[in-house]
Design a protein around this ligand. Structure first.
Ligand code: SAM
Length: 240
């Protein structure tokens, strides 16, 4: 049998992503924005054989094609043709095919990530923008001569989004360092890199009294927007 381009098709995940991101909020909007976001890609049967990764150790970056498994499914009877990209402040609509929106036909996402290490049937990667448990439907090597286009431009997203400064309450930083010991991960760097992307919706005027929170692994991170600007991390705690 051959793949048919025009008949309905079904895909099976080849792997699953184990990432720090327990919820969608505060995940960077693209890969590479948080290099401290490390993940393990675990191959699934029948592809969970080391030979399926033979040669991949010669490659610095890989493409992950994945399923936005926690995004709303598109309804072909009422397809969503236009979406509101967050970087336009949530007001302007663009064609779904002009954006990297998670709400799209077939729910397929793609991310280039750094390949740190190949170990048996596991890939250690970094710079991910994937929710924990994301089904991976294909893995391909990044090919610099073909995938990097000199002089390419995108008038909607011409450069990485501006970042905000992140400061710490001393207790929160100490707690992050403790968690780093426990998890063997640079927890403080991950928090700083993700919060620097400013997770709150662009239209929201930050009230200094308001508390924001997100979970990375089993850690709750609490922050606010002080009057003086930027973000201040107030607490890093487990449990609850
Ligand atoms: N780099 C990919 C792409 O261009 O196709 C994803 C871009 S999308 C704008 C990134 C966002 O998708 C993240 O900030 C996160 O909120 C969301 N996301 C990540 N994994 C997801 C999943 N498995 N299901 C639903 N949403 C997900």
């Amino acid at each position: 049998a051959i793949n048919s381009a025009i008949s309905p098709t079904s895909v099976q995940p080849v792997a699953i992503a184990r990432t720090p991101f327990a919820e969608k909020f505060a995940i960077p909007r693209q890969p590479q924005l948080a290099p401290a976001a490390r993940a393990v890609i675990e191959l699934l049967p029948p592809y969970n054989q080391p030979e399926a990764l033979l040669g991949l150790e010669q490659v610095s970056h890989i493409w992950l094609l994945f399923q936005f498994h926690q995004a709303p499914a598109d309804d072909p009877a009422a397809p969503r043709l236009r979406v509101r990209p967050p970087r336009l402040g949530g007001n302007e609509k663009l064609g779904v095919f002009a954006t990297r929106s998670t709400h799209r036909p077939n729910g397929i996402g793609q991310s280039v990530v750094r390949l740190e290490k190949v170990e048996g049937t596991r890939l250690w990667v970094s710079g991910v923008d994937l929710l924990d448990g994301t089904p991976i439907i294909d893995i391909k090597p990044y090919v610099p001569y073909a995938d990097s286009i000199e002089g390419a431009h995108n008038g909607i997203a011409s450069e990485a989004p501006a970042t905000v400064s992140v400061s710490w309450q001393p207790d929160a930083l100490a707690a992050a360092q403790q968690q780093a010991q426990r998890l063997g991960e640079d927890v403080a760097a991950l928090i700083e890199q993700c919060l620097a992307q400013d997770p709150k919706p662009a239209y929201q005027q930050p009230d200094p009294e308001r508390r924001y929170g997100v979970r990375f692994w089993d850690i709750n991170v609490i922050w606010h927007y002080p009057q003086s600007g930027g973000i201040c991390v107030l607490a890093v705690e487990t449990g609850g």
